[in-house]
Design a protein around this ligand. Structure first.
Ligand SMILES: [Zn+2]
Length: 381
C-alpha cells in the first residue's frame, strides 16, 4: 500500500517571529489592489519576483519597520491549513514501520504554543502524513475513524484554535463514503485531508470518482498532502522521499486530476495542494503544452484555467524561489498559509512572507483572508 519508508519530512527549524511587534518589518506601499482585483499580471509578477530576488530581504529590512503584527485574536490571526496532529495511536503505528526516521514529539499544547508565538489563531489539523498506510479494509476504516474522533475532540475543546480536515480510507471508496458522512454530518469537520497517492493510484483514478462526486455535492475543501507512491519511495539511494519525490508526486496527482477530468467534472471541489503545488509551478506550461489531445475534453477550459483556480499552501514554499514560481502561475488569492508543524514552525512562512516584498494586502490575504473564504466558520461574522 502507501509508501512506508520515508524519512521525516523536515526538521523543525524553530524559526520564530521577533518578540517585539515594533521590530516586525513593513512591506513598502505599492499599488494596493493589484493582486486582489484580477490576479497577477506578468508585469506585476516580474516586479514582485524582482523584489523577492537575491538580497531583497536584507535590503528591505530597514524600510519595512512597523508592519502591523497579525495578532492571535481568533478573528484576525493567521489560519494555518497545513498543521499535523500526531496522536499517540498514530505514533504507535508509525513506530512499527521500518526504515523511517524519527518523528517530532507532538502534543496539542505544542501546537498551541507555536501558534501563540507566531500569531496563528486557527490551525486545520490533519493526520495526513506519509508512512502509515490507509489500507482498504477494516484497518484503514479504523485509522480514519480514530483520527477523526481524536481531532474532533480537540476542536470541541478549542473551537477557535483548531479545525479538522478529516481523514478518509481512500483505497476503500465505500468506507470513504461512510466516513465522509460521519466526519461532515456528525463531527462537522471543516474539510477532508487526502494523500497525493495511495500505493500506485493517484487522485484522478477512476476508482475514486464516487468519493469526489460526493465531496463535490458537499462543496468540500480537500487538503492534499504529498506521499511517495510505490514506484518511487527510494529512487535515488539515501535521498529521502520528502526531498524531491513528495514535490513531484503532488504535481503528478494534479496531472492525474486534469487527465481524468476531476477538476472540470466536479467544479465545487476546493482543493488545497501542499507545498505550493510541489513542482507544478515549474511544470505548468509544459503540462499545458503537452497535454494529450485525446484528453482535451477533460479540461474544456484548458489546463492553466484549472491550475489557476486551485489553492496552494506555503509550507516549504514561502522561500523566494518557490513563492515567485507559484505566483507566476496563480494569483495570490489562491495561496493560503501553511506551516507543516510540528516539522516546521509557523515562524518560517510567517517571516518569509513578511519579507517577501508582496503588497501588504496580498500578505494579509495569504495569512488569513484566503483561507477564511474557504472555511466559512472562520470568515467575518
Ligand atoms: Zn506536512
Amino acid at each position: 500500500m502507501a509508501a512506508a519508508n520515508q524519512q521525516p519530512l523536515e526538521r523543525n527549524r524553530g524559526n520564530k517571529l521577533p518578540g517585539d511587534p515594533n521590530s516586525i518589518p513593513q512591506i513598502p506601499p505599492t499599488s494596493s489592489s493589484e493582486f486582489s482585483r484580477r490576479g497577477v499580471s506578468r508585469r506585476i509578477v516580474l516586479k514582485h519576483v524582482a523584489a523577492i530576488g537575491a538580497g531583497a530581504a536584507l535590503s528591505l529590512r530597514p524600510v519595512l519597520a512597523g508592519f502591523p503584527r497579525v495578532d492571535s485574536n481568533s478573528k484576525r490571526g493567521r489560519i494555518d491549513v497545513h498543521h499535523h496532529m500526531l496522536p499517540p495511536f498514530y505514533m504507535d503505528l508509525r513506530r512499527a514501520v521500518t526504515n523511517v526516521g524519527p518523528m517530532p514529539a507532538w502534543t496539542p499544547a505544542k501546537s498551541l504554543d507555536d501558534m501563540e508565538k507566531n500569531s496563528v489563531s486557527t490551525v486545520m489539523l490533519s493526520l495526513a502524513v506519509s508512512g502509515v498506510a490507509f489500507d482498504a479494509g477494516e484497518a484503514g476504516r479504523s485509522l480514519a475513524r480514530k483520527s477523526n474522533d481524536y481531532g474532533a475532540q480537540l476542536v470541541k475543546d478549542h473551537p477557535e484554535n483548531f479545525g479538522l480536515l478529516a481523514a478518509l480510507p481512500l483505497p476503500d471508496p465505500q468506507g470513504s463514503l461512510s466516513e465522509i458522512e460521519y466526519a461532515l454530518d456528525i463531527l462537522h469537520a471543516d474539510g477532508i485531508a487526502l494523500l497525493s497517492s495511495y500505493g500506485d493510484k493517484w487522485l484522478g483514478d477512476a476508482a475514486y470518482a464516487p468519493v469526489f462526486e460526493e465531496l463535490n455535492r458537499r462543496k468540500a475543501v480537500i487538503f492534499v498532502h504529498p506521499n511517495a507512491p510505490n514506484c518511487c519511495t527510494q529512487v535515488l539511494p539515501h535521498v529521502p522521499a520528502s526531498t524531491m519525490e513528495f514535490l513531484f508526486d503532488t504535481a503528478r496527482t494534479i496531472e492525474s486530476l486534469l487527465m481524468n477530468g476531476t477538476f472540470s467534472r466536479y467544479p465545487n471541489l476546493q482543493f488545497i495542494f501542499s507545498h505550493g503545488g510541489g513542482t507544478m509551478p515549474i511544470l505548468a506550461n509544459r503540462m499545458a503544452r503537452t497535454f494529450p489531445k485525446e484528453f482535451a475534453s477533460q479540461v474544456p477550459n484548458g489546463v492553466l484555467y484549472e491550475l489557476k483556480r486551485q489553492y496552494y499552501d506555503t509550507a516549504s514554499a514561502s522561500n523566494p524561489t518557490s513563492l515567485s514560481a507559484l505566483l507566476s502561475v496563480v494569483p495570490s488569492s489562491q495561496v493560503v498559509f501553511g506551516s507543516d508543524f510540528p516539522f516546521i514552525s509557523a515562524g518560517e512562512p510567517a517571516n518569509d512572507l513578511m519579507h517577501s516584498g508582496l503588497p501588504v494586502e496580498a500578505v494579509e490575504a495569504i495569512n488569513r483572508g484566503n483561507a477564511a473564504r474557504l472555511f466559512g466558520r472562520l470568515g467575518p461574522k
